[in-house]
Write a protein that binds this ligand. Sequence first.
Ligand SMILES: *Cc1c(COP(=O)(O)O)cnc(C)c1O
Length: 490
Amino acid sequence: MVITTTIPDHRAGELLHYTFASRYAGAPVPKFKMPEKSIPKEAAYQIINDELMLDGTPRLNLASFVTTWMEPECEKLMMASINKNYVDMDEYPVTTELQNRCVNMIAHLFNAPVGETETAVGVGTVGSSEAIMLAGLAFKRKWQAKRKSEGKPYDKPNIVTGANVQVCWEKFARYFEVELKEVKLSEGYYVMDPVKAVEMVDENTICVAAILGSTLTGEFENVKLLHELLTKKNEETGWDTPIHVDAASGGFIAPFLYPDLEWDFRLPLVKSINVSGHKYGLVYPGVGWVVWRTKEDLPDDLIFHINYLGSDQPTFTLNFSKGSSQIIAQYYQLIRLGFEGYKNIMENCMSNARVLKEGIEKMGRFDIVSKDVGVPLVAFSLKDSSKHTVFEISDSLRRFGWIVPAYTMAPDAQHIAVLRIVVREDFSRSLAERLIADIDKVVKELDTLPSRESTKAAHITATVEEKQHTEEEVLARWKRVLAAKRAGAC
Ligand SMILES: *Cc1c(COP(=O)(O)O)cnc(C)c1O
């Protein structure tokens, strides 16, 4: 998406000068306008491939939950279906069938009350964000219908979440005109407090959204306690405020590692759950899922019956055309791994996260903010950031190839800044050990450098400036390289 009016790297020129130009073509290619003339396919490939070399390496991107490795057999299936439009259900009925099987497997995994002869209610999406838009819409529509039937106003819907929600909830709230009521965090408590959440519920609350695997710390919110408190409040008030569980990252963790943890459809007020297939569902981006408890929880008037190229197809998505590869890949993972395979992988991730956590703890410089029960990640803050900050550590780790994000917590814990390392299937034990050694190196190195600011309060703004400063330096260096190239040197 392009929304800026000025192009930030304009200074570096409007033309792409590519390294092997003379082998293929004479003239450079314009960057912001479609070129007049065609170029050979080898040249196009070379130009793009060269530019992409400067992207980070996905497997070293420890910022992301999203899958960066799959088996070659599955990649083969994905490539073979890359030209298949998912929406052509009449033409590709088997792909549609595989999607339905995935929905059913996931619904059972989440303990949906689906009878032996029934099929589950749910849909494949581009990711949890789309899944959450759909689930949110269903709650809004149900609430509105009920209010209308009672002759009550239905123009001020709200949704209660923790301030730690992922940005897609804010998007949902803004796009679909629902007020987002956020329970504030506090130092040392980085998830939604169920007591405060239920206090915020009123007659206009369309649902309370709990997160299974907070994006910031991986911690599971206490859905069971939320359920207990909300059930009581519903009894007292006569409302029937439901719960949605955002299990984007935890939906493929909890059933395998903590089967006794009650967070899903075992709790009657939980009406819908979303999960990202491309996170611990172990599929490349983008695929997500949303499952409803029963047919009654998904209002009929949201379902479109499209008569497309000769057949009636019910759909509930925000888009029309999309690829089929991710759905097929999800089906592959579910049948290839089975319960046993997923369990082994999640246990392995967890034990690598533990190794990482222990190594970081041993340095004596950090407080661990993530919990032992949750999504396999390690979030940690500096015990003392008066001399150096987590942002400097993040920057320094880049030199070793590691991408470890540093960020501040949500309100009211913004003064806490943390580093977060997500452990995925492809992050091995030896990589974990290597990373510990590199963090140790970075911390010791920073010790020898003078503090860049003296007060703790100033560290966030100072780091932002410092980042800009480095960016300018890099840009200046590139400009010199480009100028030299233009002058004929290489
Ligand atoms: C990642 C995430 C999302 C968004 O999911 P996408 O699949 O990236 O759209 C929503 N909620 C939580 C808790 C997440 O971790």
